[in-house]
Each structure stands twice: as C-alpha cells, then as structure tokens.
Design a protein around this ligand. Structure first.
Ligand SMILES: [Zn+2]
Ligand SMILES: [Zn+2]
Length: 238
C-alpha cells in the first residue's frame, strides 16, 4: 500500500533484503519466509533429481503439507515435479501397508492391526517447505532484533504495519530479544494504534449517518489488513 522506502546500499546483503521486505505493507518475516518457501517449491518443480536431504525429508513428511501442496499445484509447470515427488509417497504407502506386515499370525498376532497401521501412516518429520520458512523467520528475526535500533528500520517496520502476531511471539523468544524489546514494542504499538484508528473510522463510516464522509484508502482496506496483522500473510496475500 505504502510506497517502497529507499534502502541504504551500504548495508550487508541480508540486511538489504530485510529492509526491502519492510518498505511495504505486511509482516516482513512473512514475506521473506514465503519467498524462501516458494523458491524451495520452484526447485522441486524444475530440478528433476532431488538432493538426498530433500528426498529424505519428503519421505519422512510424506510430501508437502496441505497448504504448500495446494500452492504447488497452482505453480505453472508443476505437474511433472508433483508426479515425481508424489510417486515416492505412494510407493511408501504401498510398502508401509504391505500385507506381509499386517497379516494376522505374523508380527501382528492378537494385536491391533488398524491402530498399528494408523501409527505407521503417521508422518515422521515436518513439511520441508515449512521447515525452510521457519528457518528463514529465525534468521531474519534475529537480524531484525539488531536492526530495529536504527531509525530507518523503525520507519520501514512501521510502514509494514509491524510484524504479524505469530512472528512477534517467535522473535520475542529469540536470544537478544530483551535488548531490542523497547524499540520493537514501540514500533509494534505505534503500528497497532494506527490500524486501530483506521478500523474505528471504517466502522464509523459504515454507519448510515456518516456514509457521505469519504473513506481513505487506509480506512477502506483496514478490515483485510488487520487479518494480515493477526494471522500473518499467506501464499495468496504475500
Ligand atoms: Zn509474519
Ligand atoms: Zn508446508
């Protein structure tokens, strides 16, 4: 919504990336983690041979989580990549439910075959795209805690409407959060207060007595932006 802020080119590369993510509306940590998740999914789409680590992670998680799967499904040109990755998951399903393993009289005598199978079908690891997103939040969150002392970073974060509530909770638990606490919370509270004023005007101007009063763009979009603040951006809003 707000225009992009100018970023000092003398900053370190990661800091420049963070500042660029801060110059526009929406939690910068959401924006950066979504970007990293999408880059990972693009690599699944275009690299036909997966590295061992990714292959093992996808086996453990039995494919991507629901939201990343649905995102991937709508990526242009993803059909073959999805087929290749998902084929491994289906092979695993066949292997893990092999009759020899569930037949009564073998290992499963007098045992709960249904319950055992349910347990065996559980995932044994998290979605690797989610993992990459979480790692990105940790890395840039730590950087934000250092950067927030700088006035330009404070302005940038304010223009973003602060970090979203889930990511605020995350970074408040990072090392060094105490040191950055005052500056961070000042910006967060300023951003919330601004949004609060816009929401109040949006609500007031929806009253028939005041519908003649023009609504600013910030007021008109406040009801969707508050969702970004409370829940974070997602694959569609990011
Ligand atoms: Zn966020
Ligand atoms: Zn995921």
């Amino acid at each position: 919504m707000e225009g992009k802020h100018k970023v000092d080119p003398g900053l370190a590369p990661l800091q420049i990336e963070l500042r660029e993510a801060m110059g526009r509306w929406g939690c910068p940590l959401c924006r950066l983690s979504i970007k990293a998740e999408h880059a990972f999914i693009a690599s699944l789409t275009y690299e036909r041979v997966l590295d061992l680590k990714t292959r093992d992670a996808l086996k453990a998680s039995r494919g991507l989580c629901e939201s990343h799967t649905r995102y991937w499904q709508h990526v242009q040109g993803s059909a073959l990549g999805i087929a290749i990755v998902s084929r491994v998951s289906v092979l695993d399903l066949l292997r893990d439910t092999d009759e020899a393993k569930t037949r009564p009289g073998s290992l499963f005598r007098r045992r709960d075959r249904a319950g055992d199978t349910a347990a065996r079908l559980e995932e044994s690891g998290p979605c690797p795209a989610c993992e990459i997103g979480a790692g990105t939040v940790q890395r840039f969150g730590a950087l934000l805690l250092q950067d927030i002392e700088d006035e330009a970073a404070q302005e940038g974060l304010l223009a973003s409407g602060g970090v979203c509530l889930p990511h605020l909770r995350t970074i408040l638990q990072l090392r060094h959060a105490e040191r950055a606490f005052d500056a961070l919370m000042r910006v967060q509270r300023q951003a919330w207060a601004k949004l609060m004023g816009e929401l109040e005007e949006f609500i007031r101007k929806n009253d028939y007595r005041f519908t003649d009063e023009p609504m600013s763009e910030a007021e008109a979009t406040s009801w969707t932006r508050v969702l970004d603040v409370l829940q974070g951006l997602n694959d569609k809003t990011g």
